[in-house]
Design a protein around this ligand. Sequence first.
Ligand code: SAM
Length: 275
Amino acid sequence: MEILEILKKYSFVFKKSLGQNFLTDPQLLDAIARDAGVEETDTVVEIGAGAGTLTRALSARAARVVAFDIDESLIPVLRESLSGCDNTEVVFRDVLKCTDEELNEIIGGRFKVVANIPYYITTPLVMRFAESTLPVDSVTVTIQEEVAERLVAEAGTPEYGAISATVALRGDARITRNVPRRMFRPVPNVDSAVVRIDFLRDKFGDTDVNKVADLVRAAFRMRRKTLFNNLVSAGYAKDKARVAIERAGFATDIRGERLSAEDYVKLYGELNSVD
Ligand code: SAM
């Protein structure tokens, strides 16, 4: 049975507040699973199973799928739409409220995250996995195009912000495809894009990237302020901030948005070596 018919059969009511816009095109769903690099030995954690359309596509390519959703009214729909997907289980929990220990217990090994999620949980979700010590190889998210552009933005571009630098500290991010709004049911009022982030845990060697991420947050706290002023507001002594910025090779009036993740690693090193 067609997914829209299954939803109708169970009188499913779409909840805008949960970002319930579902993808139905099998070719697109398979393309997203491919974009995520899902292979037959992989465990995939899907966030936001919805009606299970992407879950099915993932199930066909992976060894195992653990799909999360928070809307229990999807239970009868998923029971039907995922029938025959024996390598798939659905967990009705908010993944953002699960601890690493709980997730480890549920997932139990290395995994890839795939998610088509509402815009308001994009940053917390990406950061949840980027910052965790869980054995997660990558996160592939279908999100509002504008947010996708921010995740992959290069330093010095208008889209570049703390989230772009923070993601670049942890790995490599790229847009793998655009998904026009007409591909969703119901049709939302924005277009989407698929972003794949591959985590590279030793991208910056021994550097504590969580500390560099704190520096990035401080540098972007007030976007119209210079990097120097933001560092001083964050508690760095003026002399220390000025010398470190200069030793890292930047003008003292530079703004945080000009610095790449590599530059922040360099600046962090200088801040630590200035007395
Ligand atoms: N994966 C399906 C698809 O591609 O058609 C559904 C995607 S729909 C955009 C997002 C889904 O995420 C909804 O089913 C919603 O209930 C679920 N959701 C929203 N917030 C969530 C959260 N914090 N944890 C898990 N699922 C969530």
